[in-house]
Design a protein around this ligand. Sequence first.
Ligand code: T3D
Length: 263
Amino acid sequence: MRYETIIAESTGDVLTLTLNRPEVLNAVTDTMLRELLDMLESAERDPAVRCIVLTGAGRGFCAGQDLAIQKQSADGPQLSAGDHLRQGYNPVIRLLRAIEKPVIAAVNGVAAGAGANIALACDLRIASEAASFVQAFVKIGLVPDAGGTLFLPLLVGYAKAAELAFIGEHIGAEECLRLGLINQVVPADALMERTYDLANRLAALPTRAIGLTKRAFNRAVMPKLNDALDLEADLQDIAARTDDYHEGTAAFREKRIPQFRGR
Ligand code: T3D
């Protein structure tokens, strides 16, 4: 497979996947989802990969779904928001959790919408001081997806998760650390060096045991991940039929403040 939207680089036992659409803060396209899934499947099979790093090119980590393009299935017709999650995002999120190797998100800048939740699906998050997280869904009339309805309350507790998801406020790296959303904050120019210190350290440990530990953590704290992903897709189909969704996405494209009406 020839890759267009992600750069894959291996150094020793560490595979780095860099989301690479910097002009739109690495907003997600169908091609990006297919490529990410393909790369993760290869990494899962490859015994030479013992740790995976996911990061973004340019000043963003990932701005979530690309709001400027139509969503298409491989053979043409436009997909509903729910089918887009079922076919595109959910397999990636499932694999990020199922792959029995440590996965680190090196969050270099803003992580918004599904971009934030892709980072939350990783095992560990190191963020630059320039990073921020935003559950941007509500700003366009959507429901958190890409596992966010499970990862957020699991990591920060219900009250804070409700605040983040209902209001969609931007939160900086230090606040993310305080909340337990991320593991470390480092200076922007030290992000990749500090990430590789950790990645190389992990890759030199008994990674089979680490993978089995991940399996046990998945079973203990997120046994209903599949249910959450399925429900998010069903709910997104409802949300994406509202006037507020059409207003939210139009307002984003027209760079204006949306006028929501609750329907
Ligand atoms: O239907 C389904 O598939 C359901 C699935 C949904 C999954 C989701 O992820 S829904 C959430 C989608 N994401 C968003 O709503 C976030 C939209 N972006 C933003 O709110 C802001 O861009 C950020 C908070 C992320 C960053 O703000 P800022 O001020 O640092 O940057 P900017 O100026 O807004 O963005 C820079 C450029 O990237 C800009 O393009 P321009 O004006 O320079 O030509 C902007 O339009 C573009 N960009 C940013 N995010 C997206 C995007 N273009 C397309 N899609 C984006 N998501």
